[in-house]
Structure formats: C-alpha cells, structure tokens
Design a protein around this ligand. Structure first.
Ligand code: BMP
Length: 212
C-alpha cells in the first residue's frame, strides 16, 4: 500500500458518514464487520471512490469459505483484505490466490492489540509472520499497544508492511508504533469520536516528522 501520511482510518461504526473530509489525511479506509453488516457491502464501493479500502473481515475459515469471503470483498472494490494467520497456510493461501486475481493485497493478523492477544497469539505470532512472508503476503497486523512486539516482528517481516492498530483509546501511541517499525497506524475512535477531520489532520501532521 502506498504511504503518504501513514494513517489508516478505521471506520468501524459509520462508513460514509465519517469518511467525508478526512480522505486527504489518510492513506486508506478500513471497514470492519459492524459497518458492513449494518450498511452493506456497498459501503466498500462508495469509500473506494476516495481512498483504497481495506476489508477487515479477519478471514478465519476453511479455504473454500475463505476464498468466497475474499472474492466478495474484492468484487466490491476492496483493495486489500485482512485474514487471520492462525488458520494455517492453506486458508491464507486461498485468500492470497483471490487477491492475485484482483491485483489486491493481503494483510495477516500476527497478534491482536488487546490484552487477550497475549494469551495465545504472542506465542505463535512469529511463526504466523514467517508463514505470511513465505506465502508472499503484503503485510501483517501488529499491536501498537506492545511496541516491543512490533520491533521483534519487524525483524521477521523484512520488507512486508506492518499495519498497527491499538493507538489512542487502547493505550498505544502512533509515533512509538512507527518508531518501533510500523509503516502505518490504524486508528478508529481517536479519529471518529469528536471532530474527525481535525483529529485525522493532527495525527497526520504528527506523523510527518517520523515517517522514514
Ligand atoms: P480503535 O482505534 O477505536 O481502538 O479501533 C481499532 C481498530 O483496529 C478496530 O477496527 C479494530 O477492529 C482493529 N484492530 C485492533 O484494534 N486490534 C488488532 O489487533 C487488530 C485490528 O484489526
């Protein structure tokens, strides 16, 4: 994904309602189940007119179902999808095969930013990143709440991009995440709660100085 500001806006509650005006400060929009289940897949198409859209369906199913989920995302003009990696390589490869047909990208969750992410996922995330790299995925999702994990996972990820959620409300800091090795931060509530345009602008300006 092309980087300008390093900010990915997570439009979790209201797709189109929030997007207006923030597009110049973000590199992509990320949509998630709450917004797609409530507003329909057309929200992906509409947002894609302004910025690339990451369909965050955290795909975690057997390969033929993973394939179909990815197809629906790309058919609706997503530029990339997020898949889980704990499913194993067959499901991730199925998603990647679909992405290739659409010239799209696949990002794989290494470990969740929430406290529960440490219970199981920290223990397997390095293996997940190795698998994602071997398969030729475009990037991984690593937690801004634990910059030391971003640093460690960066050593394994090599050239893959790191997208890092958990900034703001979850306790992580955008600059710390970038300095630890993330390429982008994924930010939801700290943008869309309050004045979204002002919040996105401030964040983009803050990151300007630290993007490598
Ligand atoms: P917020 O900035 O409001 O905490 O939202 C974070 C966003 O990033 C949500 O869309 C959530 O699904 C996503 N996310 C996360 O918080 N942690 C992860 O490990 C992976 C995610 O995709």
């Amino acid at each position: 994904m092309e980087r300008r500001t390093g900010v990915i806006a997570a439009l979790d509650m209201n797709g189109i309602g929030i997007a207006g005006g923030i597009e110049e400060y973000v590199d992509a929009f990320k949509v998630n189940y709450p917004v797609v289940l409530a507003q329909g897949t057309s929200v992906i198409r509409e947002l894609s007119l302004y910025r690339p859209v990451i369909a965050d369906f955290k795909i975690a199913d057997v390969p033929h179902i993973a394939t179909r989920i990815a197809e629906i995302a790309f058919e609706n003009k997503a530029s990339s999808v997020i898949a889980h990696g704990f499913t194993g390589s067959d499901s991730v490869k199925a998603v990647l095969d679909v992405a290739k047909r659409y010239d799209g990208e696949v990002y794989v969750v290494a470990e969740l930013s929430s406290a529960g992410g440490k219970e199981f996922m920290t223990g397997i995330s390095e293996k997940i990143v190795k698998m994602a790299k071997k398969l030729g995925c475009h990037g991984i999702i690593a937690p801004a709440t634990r910059p030391e994990r971003i640093k460690r996972l960066r050593e394994i990820a090599g050239e893959m991009q790191i997208l890092s959620p958990g900034v703001g409300k979850q306790g992580g800091d955008a600059v710390e995440a970038i300095n630890a090795g993330a390429d982008f931060v994924i930010v939801g509530r700290s943008i869309y709660e309050g004045n979204a345009v002002e919040n996105a602008k401030k964040l983009a300006e803050r990151l300007l100085g630290v993007l490598r």
